[in-house]
Ligand binder design. Structure first.
Ligand SMILES: C[N+](C)(C)CCCC[C@H](N)C(=O)O
Length: 318
């Protein structure tokens, strides 16, 4: 393992050398016994430790050292500047169009099969909540398959904590999304690109059902019968649908991210269940709610806009 000492800028040198591993994620400190040069402070007492454990939501979920969102954000900014917040973003952005068209396409077509009504006809003949739930679950299941490799790359890149390239600083393990995909493929094969895909499917199948049920339920509640919901209703219903589904999805989101990081150096978890059990044993039940606030805050605007686009595109083109 290649190690480079790092000292936070503008700070007194730590008494013990701090090392940044090529694989990031602070493995040296997580396994202090492994390396005699590593920092041996007790996790919560070491004020240097956290500096290379900076990260975003994914890091908040996969790493155990942040005191909360603000602590996590401050550390990302100090160690990696503003760019640290955008790590691993290009791939998800490229994937949004593909993944959302699969989700909404499968959802709408499953409803068509189940209820024999098109999107336009559904206002006059509203489908049952059971049908909406089933169509949502089908959409969630199939979109998870498309999402898996993109999501894996995002998680791997966001967990990479090396600061921006500086002379003498170590080369990050992954140089970008394409390099990351190629390295995973080379080292772990095709199946490697689907690491954590089971957890992703378990996360998305039921929670996409919840997503569409919440949206439809709220729209029906605030729209006179037979009419299309107003833009404001669509925005609010979409926003709350996002929050409800993310709150339900967060426990498995944490497990999914951990499974995706597993095996980078060595396998820690035997499977989804083992990951759940050992995470709870080590960190308590609270581990299932890591990042729930930040997930929900992000979910409202994202899903408000998603549903508004969906409704209007279908009204114009449907
Ligand atoms: C089902 N689950 C909660 C995972 C996602 C639901 C919302 C999906 C949306 N594209 C977003 O990124 O918020």
């Amino acid at each position: 393992m290649i190690k480079t000492p790092i000292f936070p800028l503008g700070r007194r040198k730590p008494r013990q050398a701090v090392f940044l591993t090529h694989t990031g994620v602070g493995e040296v400190v997580n396994n202090p016994g492994e390396n005699s040069q590593a920092c041996f402070c007790k996790p919560r007492q070491c004020r240097w430790r956290s500096l290379w454990l900076a990260g975003s939501l994914v890091r908040l979920q996969t790493q155990t050292t942040y005191r909360g969102i603000v602590d996590c954000m401050v550390k990302i900014y100090r160690h990696e500047s503003l760019l640290g917040f955008f790590k691993g973003m290009s791939f998800p952005i490229a994937s949004i169009a593909v993944v959302n068209s699969v989700l909404f396409g499968v959802y709408s077509n499953t409803l068509l099969v189940l209820t024999a009504t098109s999107h336009q006809e559904r206002r006059a003949q509203p489908p049952s909540y059971t049908h909406i739930f089933l169509a949502g679950c089908t959409g969630g299941f199939l979109q998870a398959y498309c999402l898996a490799p993109f999501d894996l790359i995002k998680v791997r890149l966001q967990n990479q904590t090396e600061p921006m390239a500086q002379p003498g600083s170590p080369q990050p393990q992954y140089r970008g999304p394409v390099h990351c995909a190629a390295s995973i493929f080379r080292e772990e094969g095709y199946r490697g690109l689907f690491r954590g895909a089971w957890a992703l499917m378990l996360r998305d199948t039921p929670t996409m059902g919840i997503y569409f049920i919440t949206y439809e339920g709220l729209c029906r509640q605030y729209t006179p019968e037979g009419q299309n919901p107003s833009s404001a209703t669509v925005l609010v219903a979409g926003g709350f649908a996002g929050i409800a589904s993310w709150v339900a999805a967060t426990p498995l989101d944490v497990i999914k991210s951990r499974m995706q990081m597993d095996g980078l150096r060595r396998r820690v978890y035997q499977g989804v269940l083992d990951c759940m059990v050992s995470s709870v044993r080590q960190e308590g039940l609270g581990v299932f709610f890591r990042g729930v606030t930040i997930n929900s805050a992000r979910a409202f605007p994202v899903n408000a806009v998603t549903f508004l686009s969906y409704e209007y595109l279908l009204r114009w083109w449907g």
